[in-house]
Design a protein around this ligand. Structure first.
Ligand code: ADE
Length: 270
């Protein structure tokens, strides 16, 4: 799988050399290329931002360096008339529903699956979830564009939507200084789902969010530590009882901190 990341802070991504993802990169399972947006500037100061039209605080990232950088990654294809902004597209049955970038035409069709996916992290985006991570892990090429300041000139999303599928995605209801940390989190979340990245794929199955619940608490040796005992059922060797206890723990935990996840679940009825 190929991943391109556009940023004004390429150093943020040096950590992708570490741990499981680093190994996955060195084994060729994931090909990550980081692009410095400032390399596409033309002035002495390598400027990437300007004041917002209409006034207001902060600065907005200018479209030209983004256009040049994305042209180099995606190819400067002539605008597809069917996909030009303002023209309604046809949504396929399997079109993702959690992805439309506000103001960016949602133009997903079966042919679109062959167009690269370009993701802009933004607090104004659709929530990134485990389902999004699974969907990204099935892509062959994703480009991430890291915004800074008050965001990116909106025409960059519209222009990119002429030759790629564009998604604005949020990590959560809080504001980061830029998209870099969000991209690191997303790459880790989908990267570990790629075949061969996590040694024992079974460990992916029993995790938080895979079955819609938070995961159960885990214990290892010693059986007693600082006067605290491992729950007796886990030492019983009785697999069915262990499974039942773990499921109850999942429900209890989820009810305590994420009751929203339990809505409509028969196994969580009180
Ligand atoms: N950029 C700034 N805040 C963000 C957030 N919450 N999620 C994704 N990208 C962001």
């Amino acid at each position: 799988m190929r991943v391109d990341i556009v940023t004004i802070f390429p150093d943020y991504f040096s950590v992708l050399d570490l741990s499981l993802l680093g190994k996955a990169r060195s084994h060729g399972l994931i090909d990550v290329r980081v692009h410095d947006l400032r390399d596409a500037t033309t002035d002495r100061h390598r400027t990437v931002d300007d004041t917002p039209y209409g006034g207001g605080a902060g600065m907005v990232m200018t479209p030209e360096p983004w256009g040049r950088t994305l042209d180099a990654i995606l190819g400067a294809t002539a605008p597809d008339p069917l996909a030009s902004p303002g023209v309604d597209g046809v949504a396929a049955d399997d079109a993702p529903t959690d992805v439309a970038a506000p103001g960016v035409p949602s133009l997903v069709s079966h042919d679109d699956r062959e167009r690269p996916l370009v993701v802009f992290p933004s607090p104004a985006g659709a929530p990134f979830t485990q389902a999004t991570a699974r969907r990204y892990a099935a892509e062959s090429h994703i480009v991430f564009g890291c915004g800074r300041y008050e965001g990116i000139d909106h025409r960059v999303f519209e222009d990119t939507a002429r030759r790629a599928r564009v998604e604005l995605v949020s990590l959560g209801d809080y504001v980061l200084n830029g998209g870099e940390v969000a991209v690191l989190a997303m790459v880790e979340a989908f990267g570990r789902l790629l075949p061969g990245v996590v040694g024992n794929p079974e460990s992916l199955v029993e995790e938080s969010h895979e079955d819609g619940l938070l995961e159960y608490p885990s214990y290892t040796k010693p059986a007693t530590w600082r006067g605290l005992e491992v729950p007796a059922v886990l030492l019983s060797g009785h697999h069915a009882r262990v499974a039942e206890w773990r499921h109850e723990q999942q429900i209890e935990r989820t009810r305590a901190v994420r009751p929203d996840l339990l809505a409509g679940r028969a196994d969580a009825a009180e």
